[in-house]
Design a protein around this ligand. Structure first.
Ligand code: GLN
Ligand code: ZN
Length: 751
C-alpha cells in the first residue's frame, strides 16, 4: 500500500494558543507546568486531526515552544556559556538563548537568528567550539513519541540530522580561528546513536531524519561526513527516512542514493524535475521513495491529476510498497485552516495515496473528481487578466529603472534640502505597536470604533511619536507606522489582486506570527496608500519626515504568490504600483522615502546556478519602484540581515541613496563585507539589536560606531537601530534611542 505522510505540522495551535501561553509565561502569568500543559493540548489536537484525516505517518518531535533548531541545540547541550551559571532554570536558559534576558541582574543578549533556508521562518543559530560537549540533556523526539503513544497515536519521530545541525551552526566566539563546526561530527555521532537507539527501544518503527542541507550546493563538501554519520547511525536506529526539502538534490544524489538508510524524501513541489533521475538512482537499491507532492510552502489546492501522474511514475518503477505520498516539506509554513491549509493538505495527501493504492472507496473517487472540477474553475479564473496592468508591465523601458543623475550629484542636492548633520540619526520606521494600538484596530474591525474615531486615534499616536523623536533629538523622523497591522498585509489590503485570511497565522520566529496575504489576480493600486499619514506626520514638524513603504520583492516573498503566472510578472506589477506611490509621496512634499526589502535575500534561490535568473527581475523591480522621482528625493532601503557576502554587489546595484542593514544582531560581521567590497552610497549598519528588550548602553553603541568608522568613510554613515521597533515596549525604546542619539553626538565630536 502507498502510505501517506506529513513531514511536520504548524506548532502554533489553531488559535495561536502557543503564542498566548509562551508570552503569558514570559510575563510571569503562567507557570512552567501550565505552559507544558498548553503545549500538550496543541500537540494532541494536531496528532488527532492528522489521524482523523487518514495520514499514516504522523510526525512527532516537530513541536516547539520557540524554534525547533533551538530545541535541538538545548537537547544536545549546545548552550553558549554566557547563558549558564546565572541561576536560570533549563526552560529559562532556553528562552534566554532565543530572545535574550534582561531581568533580576541577568543581562544576556539573544543568540543570532537566521532565515531558515529560503523561507520567512527564522531559526536560532547554534554555536560550536572545540569546547562543545555534546550530551543528551533530554530526548524531545522520544518524549513526544511517547506522549502521542499514550494517546493511542503511533507517530514517526522527526529529528534534525547531524550534518545539517553542524552545517547550519557557526563557530562560537571562543573557538579557535579556522574552527569548523563540522569537525565535531565524530563527537556528535555517539549522542545521536543514543537518541535513535532509545527511539528504537520505545518501539518507533521509522524516524524522519531531516537533512535539508542536501538541497544546497555546499552539501557536496560533506559527502564523506554523510557516509560516516549514516554508516554509524543506521545499524542502531529505527528505519531512517532521509528527508530533503525546499529544492533539488542535483549532483548530491550520487552519494545520497548510496547511504545506508531505508528511505529518501524529495521535494517535488519545488523541484518536480528531479523525479526521473531520483527514480533511476534509487531503483537498483532498496530505498523507499517519499514523494513530496503536496506543497508545504504554498496554499493552493494540489492539482491531483499532476500529483497522481508523478506518483504513478514512481509506482511503476518501484512498486507500491516503496512509495510514500507526502507533503513537500513540513507544513509549518502554511496556516492551519482555510483554503488548502495544513489540515486540507493532510486530507489531500491521504486521498492521493489512497488513489495510487487503487482504493475502491467511493469517497476517494469523489474527492479526485471534486478536485478536478475545482482546479478547472481556478484555471478559468486565472485566464481573466487585467489588460491595463499587463500592458503597463510589457511597456517598461530601461530608462524607467535609473535615477536621473549619479549618486554623487544627488547627494549634494538632497543634502541641501534635508540639511542633516554628520552621522544623521534615524530609525527604521515602526515604533512600539502597543496594546492600545492593536485594540483600536480590533475595535475598528468590529465596528466599535468609527473610521473617523480610529483615524483621530492614529493621528494622536503619530503626533506622540513625532514629539518623542523631536524631544530626544533624532534627525530624520518617521511617523511610526501605527496604522499598519503588518508591513505586507497593510499594502496588500489596499492593492487590487490580494485576499486575506482571518486566522491564517504562520510562525515567523519565536512567538511572532504573520498572516501572509494571498495574491489571486493581477495587482494594481486603485488609490494612494500612505500619503495621508506621511503628510500628516510631516505637517507636525519642521524636521524631515521619511515616507515608508514595503518593496515589491518583499511583498511578493511574504505573500502566497499565484501559481499560474511567474513571480517575475507578479513582482513587476507590484513595482509599478509602488512606483506611483513613491512619486505621489514626493509630490506631497516628502523628501525621503524608504522602501524596505528585508526579504530580497530570503528569496534568493538555494542553488547558486539559479541566482541570476532571480536577480534579473528582483533588482529591476526595486529600481522600477524607486527611480520615478527627481534627484532631490532621498531613497532609503532597509535589509534585515547581514549575510551579504555574495550579494553585496547586487545591493549596490539597487542604487538607493541610503541603505540600512542589520549589523548588531550578527556581531557586526558584515563589516568584513564592506572591507571587501567598499560601499559607494550612504549606509546605516544597525547599532543595536532590536529583537530583544535589552537596552544597549551608550558605551556599547560608541564601540560599534568606532568599529564601523574604522572601515566606512564618515560622510556615508547613518546611525540607526538594526530594524523597526514595533515589537518593543516604549520603555526600552526610549532608553535605547536616547543612548543612540548620545553616541551619535559623541561621534560628531570625535570624528
Ligand atoms: N519599516 C519596517 C519597520 O520598521 C521594516 C521592518 C522590517 O524590515 N522587517 O517595522
Ligand atoms: Zn529589518
Amino acid at each position: 500500500m502507498v502510505l501517506s505522510s506529513v513531514l511536520g505540522f504548524p506548532r502554533i495551535g489553531a488559535n495561536r494558543e502557543v503564542k498566548k501561553a509562551v508570552e503569558a509565561y514570559w510575563a510571569g502569568k503562567l507557570s512552567a507546568d501550565e505552559l507544558t500543559k498548553a503545549a500538550a493540548d496543541v500537540k494532541k489536537a494536531s496528532w488527532t486531526s492528522l489521524k482523523e484525516r487518514g495520514v499514516n505517518l504522523i510526525p512527532s518531535g516537530d513541536f516547539t515552544l520557540y524554534d525547533h533548531v533551538l530545541d535541538h541545540s538545548a537537547a544536545f547541550n549546545v548552550i553558549p556559556k554566557r547563558y549558564l551559571g546565572k541561576g536560570l532554570s533549563p526552560l529559562d536558559v532556553y528562552f534566554a538563548m532565543g530572545r535574550g534576558r534582561q531581568a533580576d541582574g541577568v543581562d544576556v543578549p539573544a543568540s543570532e537568528m537566521k532565515k531558515w533556508f529560503d523561507s520567512n521562518y527564522h531559526f536560532v543559530v547554534p554555536e560550536f567550539s572545540e569546547e562543545t560537549e555534546f550530551k543528551l540533556n533530554f530526548n524531545k523526539a522520544l518524549e513526544e513519541y511517547r506522549e502521542a503513544k499514550d494517546l493511542g497515536i503511533e507517530t514517526r519521530p522527526v529529528v534534525l540530522g547531524p550534518v545539517t545541525f553542524l552545517a547550519l551552526g557557526k563557530p562560537a566566539k571562543e573557538a579557535r580561528a579556522g574552527f569548523q563546526p563540522i569537525s565535531l561530527l565524530p563527537q556528535l555521532i555517539p549522542v545521536y546513536k543514543q537518541l535513535l537507539a532509545a527511539l528504537k527501544d520505545a518501539g518507533a518503527e521509522s524516524v524522519q531524519i531531516d537533512e535539508p542541507i542536501l538541497v544546497l550546493d555546499s552539501a557536496a563538501l560533506y559527502e564523506k561526513q554523510f557516509a560516516q554519520a549514516y554508516a554509524e547511525l543506521a545499524p542502531v536506529s529505527p528505519k531512517l527516512v532521509l528527508t530533503t526539502y525546499y529544492g533539488r538534490l542535483d549532483s548530491n544524489l550520487s552519494f545520497v542514493a548510496k547511504l545506508p538508510v531505508a528511505g529518501l524524501h524529495i521535494d517535488l513541489d519545488r523541484a518536480p524535475g528531479q523525479l526521473d533521475e531520483v527514480i533511476a538512482a534509487v531503483k537498483p537499491t532498496n530505498l523507499i521513495l517519499s514523494l513530496g507532492v503536496v506543497s508545504g510552502r504554498n496554499i493552493w489546492k494540489t492539482d491531483f491529476q499532476a500529483a497522481l501522474k508523478l506518483g504513478q511514475k514512481a509506482l511503476e518503477a518501484l512498486g507500491k510498497d516503496r512509495v510514500i505520498i507526502a507533503s513537500s516539506s513540513s507544513l509549518l509554513h502554511t496556516p492551519k485552516d482555510w483554503f488548502a491549509f495544513a489540515l486540507e493538505k493532510a486530507s489531500e495527501i491521504s486521498v492521493i495515496a489512497a488513489a495510487l493504492s487503487g482504493s475502491q472507496d467511493a469517497k476517494v473517487a469523489e474527492a479526485v473528481e471534486a478536485n478536478k472540477v475545482s482546479i478547472a474553475k481556478r484555471r478559468e479564473f486565472e485566464r481573466n487578466s487585467d489588460a491595463t496592468v499587463r500592458n503597463r508591465v510589457a511597456a517598461i523601458t530601461p530608462d524607467m529603472l535609473e535615477r536621473k543623475s549619479p549618486f554623487s550629484v544627488r547627494k549634494e542636492i538632497q543634502q541641501k534640502q534635508l540639511n542633516l548633520p554628520k552621522f544623521p540619526t534615524t530609525t527604521i520606521g515602526s515604533f512600539p505597536q502597543t496594546k492600545e494600538i492593536r485594540q483600536a484596530r480590533a475595535k475598528l474591525n468590529k465596528g466599535e470604533l468609527s473610521q473617523e474615531e480610529y483615524e483621530k486615534f492614529i493621528e494622536k499616536e503619530i503626533e506622540n511619536v513625532v514629539r518623542f523623536q523631536e524631544r530626544i533629538g533624532l534627525d530624520l523622523l518617521v511617523h511610526g507606522e501605527p496604522e499598519r497591522n503588518d508591513m505586507v498585509q497593510y499594502f496588500g489590503e489596499q492593492l487590487e489582486g490580494f485576499v486575506f485570511t482571518q486566522n491564517g497565522w504562520v510562525q515567523s520566529y519565536g512567538s511572532r506570527y504573520v498572516r501572509p496575504p494571498i495574491i489571486v489576480s493581477d495587482v494594481s493600486r486603485p488609490k494612494p496608500m500612505t500619503i495621508r499619514w506621511s503628510s500628516y506626520a510631516q505637517s507636525l514638524t519642521s524636521k524631515p519626515m521619511k515616507g515608508m513603504l514595503t518593496g515589491p520583492v518583499t511583498i511578493l516573498n511574504w505573500s502566497f504568490p499565484r501559481a499560474d503566472i511567474s513571480r517575475e510578472l507578479q513582482c513587476k506589477q507590484l513595482a509599478l504600483a509602488l512606483r506611483d506611490e513613491v512619486v505621489d509621496l514626493e509630490k506631497a512634499g516628502i523628501k525621503a522615502v524608504q522602501v524596505d526589502e528585508p526579504a530580497l535575500r530570503e528569496g534568493l534561490p538555494l542553488r547558486k546556478a539559479d541566482w541570476d535568473a532571480y536577480l534579473s527581475w528582483a533588482l529591476p523591480s526595486f529600481k522600477i519602484a524607486t527611480a520615478g522621482v527627481t534627484d532631490a528625493l532621498q531613497t532609503h532601503s532597509h535589509f534585515c540581515y547581514s549575510d551579504f557576502d555574495d550579494i553585496f554587489p547586487s545591493i549596490q546595484a539597487l542604487d538607493a541613496d541610503v541603505i540600512s542593514i542589520e549589523a548588531s544582531k550578527s556581531d557586526m560581521k558584515l563589516l568584513n563585507t564592506f572591507k571587501h567590497y567598499g560601499y559607494s552610497n550612504q549606509i546605516g549598519p544597525g547599532v543595536y539589536d532590536i529583537h530583544s528588550p535589552r537596552v544597549p548602553s551608550e558605551e556599547e553603541i560608541k564601540e560599534r560606531l568606532a568599529a564601523m568608522l574604522a572601515i566606512l568613510p564618515g560622510e556615508l554613515l547613518f546611525v540607526n537601530p538594526d530594524c523597526g521597533l514595533k515589537t518593543r515596549g516604549w520603555k526600552e525604546t526610549e532608553a535605547s534611542l536616547v543612548n543612540l542619539v548620545n553616541a551619535a553626538r559623541w561621534a560628531r565630536q570625535s570624528y
